[in-house]
Design a protein. Sequence first.
Length: 268
Amino acid sequence: MGWPVRHSRSPRLHGYWLAHYGIDGVYLPFPVQPEHLRDALRALPMLGIMGVNLTIPHKEAALAIMDEIHPEARLVGAVNTVVVGRDGRLFGSNTDIEGFRSSLLVSGAPLTPAGSAVVIGAGGAARGVIAALGKLGFRRIRLVNRTPARSEGLIRDLAPLDLDITPVDWDARDIALEGAGLLVNTTSLGMAGEPELDLDLGSLPADAVVTDIVYAPLETPLLAAARARGLFAVDGLGMLLHQARPGFHAWFGRDPEVTPALRAHVLG
């Protein structure tokens, strides 16, 4: 469920696994406007649907609709995976955390956790990404967002992670990159149909890593600019593939594999 959701590759992803493991099921995109999210989620048990993933802009709003919430999802204040119990209760979790962490690790990116990471955006995806950065050993985060109040709310909610998160004004986003070892875009800027992320990468060190959670297109303008500078770039497809595994396991009882064949199919 998302608004918009046409860009999502999740139907191809889960459709591949369903066919590969011989499971009688289907995964479909549902365009759900924000004001209809509660009704849509509450209708899942009556429709016989086993669960859903949530994408922009529903991850934070879903928290108040769940009957039960995984501790990590409650901590970061965002839900991206919903499982419908046999009794109709909705269980919400956040698999973005592990998805982003795994994506960076398998990419072979030369991470330097002792340095600073810059995160663009302060929405539900940013919360999962920052939690993952903490698990990877990063302690200093520069948080760039247009709305100071959202940055302050994120910092307050993630206080239990004991990270040094510094809010940065949007107009100072280029300066925030100075000396950073990792840059992460968690916004929809650069997505097909959306404006590009206006960011000058000139102050990033030569060994910095740049990653974008947007995967449609796979090569966003941000990643193209990073590669043009010779920086290590990580696309958003890996996060999509790895965050999907726990949900598929919860719904269908199989622990699916992320393989080159899967990646090729999803891109196809």
